[in-house]
Design a protein around this ligand. Sequence first.
Ligand SMILES: NC(=O)c1ccc[n+]([C@@H]2O[C@H](COP(=O)([O-])OP(=O)(O)OC[C@H]3O[C@@H](n4cnc5c(N)ncnc54)[C@H](O)[C@@H]3O)[C@@H](O)[C@H]2O)c1
Length: 249
Amino acid sequence: MAEQKTVLVTGGGGDIGRVTAGMFAAAGYRVAVSDVREAAAADTVEAIRRDGGRADVYEANIADPEGVKSLFERIETDYGYLDAAFNNAGRGGGGVPLLEADDDIWHDCLLINLTGTYYCMKHELRMMLKRGGGAIVNNSSLWGLHGGPTAAYTASKHGVIGLTKHAAVTYACQGMRINAICPGIITAGLGLKVLCRPADVVETMLAKVPAKRAGTADEVAAAAVWLCSDAASYMNGHMMAIDGGCGSV
Ligand SMILES: NC(=O)c1ccc[n+]([C@@H]2O[C@H](COP(=O)([O-])OP(=O)(O)OC[C@H]3O[C@@H](n4cnc5c(N)ncnc54)[C@H](O)[C@@H]3O)[C@@H](O)[C@H]2O)c1
């Protein structure tokens, strides 16, 4: 019998993480669901098991290098190998432009969104390279490609794109594929904070989206799972926008 594929989903207790973890499980993966909020990750795992899938909870703060080291030691002990990873854990940037930016939020946003992704990628690469390769998908944002309204978030997500491109060109010849997804406004998680603004503000915002609607967590998850699949075997260093066409305006 073929070995079961394994994947790590960080931020697996959040909205996009939960849906993506479920989709990986439905595609046959054993899913390591990690989050700093252990109870939220446990809910994701419970839902996957209820649907007949395999998943396990791993509490970890990706901003803490020792915590990340321990996360991968636990995964290596339990799974032995990792085929794919979805670096999805993240936070908002306070919703303000540069002149109003709070230094603490700036540092925390960069630490979680960018440095946390870097800590995880180091271990993912080491584990995957031992097996001859694997696939990593980083969750950036539409604001990783364009000038967004929030300084810290925009800077952190541009950083994720740079890290993705660097790793993609550096490790491609060793069997790695490393891509990023760039969701626009999504009816989940952080996107809900934007969508709960006054109706006229939301209406104006969505009117600028060529698709005239926000995206869904399922639409984001499908892209992440596909990029990790063999169907995407020649995709590397790609920044996939899931934004209803915003990036083409
Ligand atoms: N929802 C959107 O509209 C949207 C758009 C573009 C990009 N994104 C990105 O999608 C990703 C998931 O966000 P979401 O919208 O599902 O929000 P969410 O808040 O529901 O999920 C984020 C998850 O990350 C976890 N997390 C935060 N800090 C962590 C840390 N230090 N260590 C480990 N886990 C941590 C949270 O506990 C949470 O479960 C984020 O990277 C976000 O930037 C979201």
